[in-house]
Design a protein around this ligand. Structure first.
Ligand code: UGA
Length: 430
């Protein structure tokens, strides 16, 4: 099938590349000329494991094309995925101006039946607004269907998540659209959940908010564990074995970050407020997430005493491993708090340093290697659980540090082992 993907951000590129793996021909559209020119040369604007090779192979096989013209895409694809950005406004509400612009352009160039699939994370009722816009701007009344097909991809493992999803959610109002969408995903072995359009839109916000809630719940428990000397990992294991609860997303740490959870929570709270429901539960989820970072800095302060004139080494800047994404990364907030208290910060991350430099610039010193960043430091602070850090030679680490203090924001090290080696070790809730 010929499929068009409008918006070559993270979701659009992963979706486009994976659809070619399912045997479809895909045209990816973006209004950013520079980006499209780079993509035509096989240069991707984002880091995602395996994505570059998928894209370049698909291009060589003439299964993936790039263009800046929506009209070309509308002629090409029977199915049109809309994956443009929906960034948060200052109010927390999602900015849907790009979605509207794309809907107008689709309407103006549509000559025969099309299925327009909203994949960007959008507020409930956006599907209705897209349909209304297309009806308004398509003067010849060409038939079309709107589908809501939320994505559940995690950065760093997005290709795997696309090809092996737990479920595919399709919000559609006609049998014709359902049939087309079944065809799109024919080769993927996963249950397809057909819903109405509004329910599908809600599922995305509901799922991300619930996962954030799980994290904030375990982070709140970590505060209790710290105060009574219990181990939050054992508590999570004990709870997680109950199938009704599940162990996933019960890892305590420095809080959730990234471009999804913080943004989607704010958007969902705003949507609820607008329709007259005060979603207090989610407001507390946000509050716990913010407090978790402040409490973590307190933990560092307790370990080294005055932060003023101390050097702290931060390992890990990305909001999670296997990505260079630092959007809403806990590391950025924690580093800012450390700097405010007068600490000198040295940092290392395997792939996110270039992005971090754009925000933190000269304020901190970036190391060439983890070891390079810890020379003479008063404490080593771990904020992203990269595999590379698990392999550190801890004897060497101890020699390099001025004082052997490790504060592990991701509970990735074996505290007992490190304490036996003479480190002062503190985890989160353990
Ligand atoms: C998240 C969802 O997991 C995806 O299903 C969804 O498609 C995506 O948002 C999106 O809306 O596009 P992602 O933001 O890539 O994916 O990352 P996650 O793996 O979910 O992690 C989010 C944050 O939670 C990270 O900062 C991570 O460190 C933190 N986290 C996760 C914890 O602190 N504890 C946990 O137990 C799990």
């Amino acid at each position: 099938m010929n499929i068009t993907v409008i918006g070559t951000g993270y979701v659009g590129l992963v979706t486009g590349a994976c659809l070619t793996q399912l045997g479809h021909s895909v045209m990816c559209i973006d209004n950013n000329h520079e980006k499209i020119e780079l993509l035509k040369k096989g240069t991707l604007p984002i880091y995602e494991p395996h994505l570059t090779s998928l894209v370049t192979t698909a291009m060589q096989r003439k299964k993936m094309f790039f263009s800046t013209e929506i009209s070309k895409g509308v002629t090409f694809g029977k199915v049109i995925f809309v994956t443009v950005g929906t960034p948060p406004k200052t109010s927390g509400e999602a900015d849907l101006s790009l979605v509207e612009k794309v809907a107008i352009e689709i309407a103006s160039s549509m000559k025969s039946y099309r299925v327009i699939v909203s994949k960007s994370t959008v507020p409930v009722e956006t599907g209705e607004k897209i349909a209304h816009t297309i009806e308004l701007y398509n003067k010849t009344h060409i038939p079309f269907d709107i589908v809501s097909n939320p994505e559940f991809l995690r950065e760093g493992v997005a290709i795997h998540d696309f090809m092996h999803p737990d479920r595919i959610v399709i919000g559609a109002s006609s049998e014709r659209a359902k049939k087309v969408m079944r065809e799109v995903y024919k080769k993927i072995k996963a249950p397809i959940i057909f819903t109405d359009i509004k329910s599908a839109e809600l599922i995305k916000h509901a799922a991300n908010s619930f996962l954030s809630l799980k994290i904030s719940y375990i982070n709140a428990l970590s505060q209790i564990c710290d105060r009574v000397g219990a181990d939050v990992r054992q508590v999570a294991d004990g709870m997680g074995h109950d199938k009704r609860i599940g162990r996933a997303f019960l890892d305590a740490g420095v809080g959730f970050g990234g471009s999804c959870f913080p943004k989607d929570l704010s958007a969902f709270i705003t949507i609820a407020d607008e329709i007259g429901y005060n979603f207090e539960l989610l407001k507390v989820v946000q509050k716990i997430n913010e407090e978790q970072k402040i409490n973590f800095v307190k933990k560092i302060r307790e370990a080294v005493w005055n932060l003023n004139e101390k050097t702290i080494t931060v390992l890990g800047l990305a909001f999670k491993p296997n990505t260079d994404d630092i959007r809403s990364a806990p590391a950025i907030d924690i580093i800012s708090l450390l700097l405010e208290e007068g600490a000198t910060v040295r940092a290392y991350d395997p792939v996110a340093m270039n992005n971090a430099k754009k925000i933190l610039g000269e304020k901190i010193v970036f190391g060439k290697t983890p070891y390079d960043s810890m020379q003479g430091s008063h404490a080593l602070v771990v904020l992203t659980e990269w595999d590379e850090f698990k392999k550190l030679d801890m004897k060497k680490v101890k020699k390099l540090l001025h004082t052997p203090v490790i504060i592990d924001g991701r509970n990735m090290f074996d505290g007992e082992k490190l304490r036996a080696m003479g480190f002062v070790y503190k985890g989160v809730g353990c």
